[in-house]
Design a protein. Sequence first.
Lengths: 114, 111
Amino acid sequence: DAGVIQSPRHEVTEMGQEVTLRCKPISGHDYLFWYRQTMMRGLELLIYFNNNVPIDDSGMPEDRFSAKMPNASFSTLKIQPSEPRDSAVYFCASRPQTGEGEQFFGPGTRLTVL
Amino acid sequence: GENVEQHPSTLSVQEGDSAVIKCTYSDSASNYFPWYKQELGKRPQLIIDIRSNVGEKKDQRIAVTLNKTAKHFSLHITETQPEDSAVYFCAARGGFQKLVFGTGTRLLVSP
């Protein structure tokens, strides 16, 4: 298995632009998580899905952020409009449904908003 | 909700020394406690985990201990090596199936 796949790996955009981050979880994993990592706030959980259904989006900072999971192999995190304070590394992670399986992280997307 | 505190934020040791990182959690329902290592510019990767029915677990130079009564768990690294230098995160997971992470400990092992 290729592991969790994220794209793009790096994104530089200007304030006000729409940004879309993409994630492909490990095949067979039923949970998908989106995290944001910054020096100031550490690893923050933004939202997570179980079987493609959003379960907890309490970490989404504001209405400019939205996430979807249209099927078991694809999820997006969208920021519209983007702001400089959104600059961070965004990680996607997945894990299986059964038991207490390991949660695997993707390589992350480094977002810079100018 | 769950809250995880981690100490220290920075830890410097000499090669060969031991390193200990401590975490506390707030939700007594939490039952799974992983530790992740994150090297600079890379993703967090699981190095060891422990479940609430176990008090201690070892894997070569790494060990984790759990005190459910006190809601403490700790990571112990013995015979540290320069390649152990990284940021280490503890986490806790309870009934809501989401991992809550500590704020991280930057470990620096000097040769």
